[in-house]
Structures are given as structure tokens and as C-alpha cells.
Design a protein around this ligand. Structure first.
Ligand code: SF4
Ligand code: SF4
Length: 133
């Protein structure tokens, strides 16, 4: 079955879940290369033992058993699995724009001040204002 990390983790990434996982299947950890440039963390579905220990640790309720992932976030099941199956470059090509669009929409909806402009992202096509540099 496995568990999945969904949209609420975007730009939260506090890694509380990482510390309780008994099989080290949640990445990236803060000390791993690439942590700063990921939008969220991911669970390896092939290693997860369905213990559920990570769920109550998450301050934003981002973690679900796969069968309970809300309809709007079902694509995160594939996204978590892809993180472990694909090279970073291929993962970013498949999911990068989706991540940026979701992150930016969330940040603007919540009034979070965006820092910098995401290179190559079409703000207008996604109905978003370009953040001030
Ligand atoms: S359910 Fe258990 S094994 Fe799976 S990611 Fe969470 S803590 Fe790790
Ligand atoms: S505890 Fe929740 S918000 Fe924090 S890294 Fe894990 S899934 Fe993301």
C-alpha cells in the first residue's frame, strides 16, 4: 500500500516525519544534497512498511495512506513514487512546472511573500502575479 506526502508539505518541509520513520524511507533529509531546491519531501513506496508513525508528526497533515489521499491530491501518489524511480533532471522535467504552479498559487493565496522569480515559469498562464524581485 504505502503512504504518500501530498500538497500541504509544499514549502513546509520541516522534516518532523523523517525523524520518526523506522525504515528511513522519507527524503530528502536536511543534510542531503538537493534539499534546498525541492519543494517537498517524498515517501519511497517500495520501502514504506505502513506503520503510520509519520502521520501524527506532520504539522500540516500532509501524509496519508494511499487509499485515503484526497481526490484533489491523487497525483501525489505517482509523484512520491517518481522521486525514487527517476533521475532528478527527469523528475523536474515531469513535475517541475506542476510544483512551481502549486507552490506559487498556495503562497499567493496564503499571503506568503515569494522570494525571487522561478526561472522559466509562465506566471500569467497560471493566473499569478510575477513576484517583485
Ligand atoms: S508509514 Fe512508517 S514506514 Fe511509511 S513513511 Fe511513514 S513512518 Fe516511514
Ligand atoms: S512533517 Fe509534514 S510538512 Fe514536514 S516534511 Fe514531513 S510531510 Fe512535509
Amino acid at each position: 500500500m504505502a503512504f504518500t506526502i501530498a500538497e500541504p508539505c509544499l514549502n513546509t518541509k520541516d522534516t518532523a516525519c523523517v525523524n520518526v520513520c523506522p525504515v528511513d524511507c522519507i527524503h530528502l533529509r536536511k543534510d542531503e544534497d538537493g534539499f534546498a531546491t525541492t519543494f517537498q519531501l517524498y515517501i519511497d513506496p517500495d520501502t514504506c512498511i505502513d506503520c503510520g508513525a509519520c502521520v501524527p508528526e506532520c504539522p500540516v497533515s500532509a501524509i496519508f495512506p494511499n487509499e485515503d489521499v484526497p481526490e484533489a491530491w491523487r497525483e501525489y501518489i505517482d509523484k512520491n513514487a517518481d522521486w525514487y524511480k527517476m533521475a532528478r533532471e527527469d523528475f523536474d522535467a515531469k513535475w517541475g512546472e506542476h510544483e512551481a504552479a502549486t507552490y506559487l498559487a498556495k503562497a499567493q493565496a496564503e499571503g506568503v511573500k515569494l522570494e525571487g522569480v522561478v526561472e522559466g515559469f509562465d506566471y500569467a498562464a497560471n493566473g499569478l502575479e510575477v513576484p517583485a524581485e
